[in-house]
Design a protein around this ligand. Structure first.
Ligand code: SF4
Length: 352
């Protein structure tokens, strides 16, 4: 007897939940967990087809492209177990202080040539206080803003004072990258030098300042499906606007160096589940894409991704931007982002 390709009860549930999200409804944690626990490839492909419809409904065929520039590298005081830039581990990753204006201007120009919406300045340190470094960063942001080529985003770690967030906003920051990394439960296994609450507090200051939130996490660190599900619900609760999904690229010398890679279908299923939970948000596939997904990279859009980190990552390489642009063209997707209505994405947010 031939086994049914799609489990009829799963098929019915996926369709019911997919239709509810398409109609503007939400799914519960328990319902989402059932999706995270789908096992057969036929069911997962069924899920992807619905995630694709949800992406099309809320995002059309526009894909938001971001790139990053490592404005200060290595020697970080924190012990994040996935990170090549932590001073706790011997990784051979580059180390340098805050860069001069030229490399930042060059990164913005290159991004502009490739039609990339935003360039994020990323710094490897615990966080930012008031002082000369904040002044310098604000100068770089104003310069990028004045050049008018790309949106200057930043990812500068933990912010402990409202004044710092307000000054970044005044300088022209529209969107700040600050991942929750994983669920509240799993977070202590990723880092012990700061807490999940520190990260939520930072997000609260940023929101208070009127800055959009780019916050997601990393999968493949040893977390469970339940942890991934809870991360997505935390992100829904904080009202993240852009949700980066990074896939661990194990770095020799870090505690996660020997982690087994996640199966490709598990990665695609996770992206699809995020799309069901976060239908209006920008879901961006970021670090670890090329190494973990290989020939299946283009399937991330069918899984519901609406944004892509292009160019090289902080410490690892990505495929050339031209190849990504060709992939989008081949799929009938349009990299000319039209803002995707940031305000819509805040529906359901509960954190002030
Ligand atoms: S993830 Fe950020 S805070 Fe953590 S070690 Fe790396 S650079 Fe430092």
């Amino acid at each position: 007897m031939i086994r049914q390709a799609v489990d009829a009860s799963n098929h019915g549930q996926i369709s019911e939940l997919g239709q509810r999200v398409l109609d503007g409804g939400q799914i519960s944690r328990e319902e989402a967990l059932r999706l995270f626990n789908l096992e057969s490839s036929a069911d997962i492909h069924d899920l992807l087809a619905w995630a694709n419809r949800i992406r099309e409904k809320f995002k059309g065929n526009k894909i938001h492209l971001c790139s990053i520039v490592n404005a200060k590298a290595g020697a970080c005081s924190e012990n994040c177990s996935f990170c090549a830039q932590s001073s706790f581990y011997q990784t051979g990753s580059p180390k340098y202080g805050f860069v001069d204006p030229e490399p930042i201007a060059e990164a913005a120009e290159e991004a502009n040539r490739n039609g990339i919406t935003a360039v994020g300045l990323v710094a490897a340190w615990k966080g930012l206080n008031e002082g000369p470094m904040l002044d310098e960063i604000c100068d770089r942001i104003r310069e990028m803003k004045a050049a008018g080529q790309t949106r200057p985003d930043v990812s500068l770690g933990i912010i402990k004072s409202q004044r710092v967030a307000d000054r970044l906003k005044e300088a022209g920051v529209e969107c700040y990258g600050h991942n929750l990394e994983s669920s509240r439960r799993f977070f202590p296994q990723t880092c012990t030098t700061h807490t999940f609450e520190d990260r939520l507090q930072t997000i609260s200051h940023l929101k208070q300042a009127g800055i959009k939130i780019c916050s997601g996490g990393i999968i493949g660190m040893g977390e469970t499906r339940e942890d991934r599900c809870d991360l997505a619900f935390e992100l829904r609760a904080i009202g993240a606007n852009v949700v980066p999904v990074n896939i661990l690229n194990p770095i020799p010398g870090t505690p996660f160096a020997k982690n087994d890679p996640l199966p490709v279908l598990e990665i695609l299923k996770t992206i699809a589940c995020f799309r069901f939970i976060l239908p209006r948000q920008e879901i961006m596939v970021a670090g670890g894409r090329t190494v973990n997904l290989r020939d299946a990279q283009s399937m991330i859009f069918m899984a519901g991704a609406s944004a892509l980190m292009v160019g090289n990552y902080l410490t690892t390489l990505n495929q050339p931007v031209e190849k990504d642009l060709q992939m989008l063209k081949d799929l009938g997707l349009d990299p000319h982002w039209d803002n995707h209505g940031f305000s819509d994405q805040e529906a359901g947010a509960t954190l002030a």
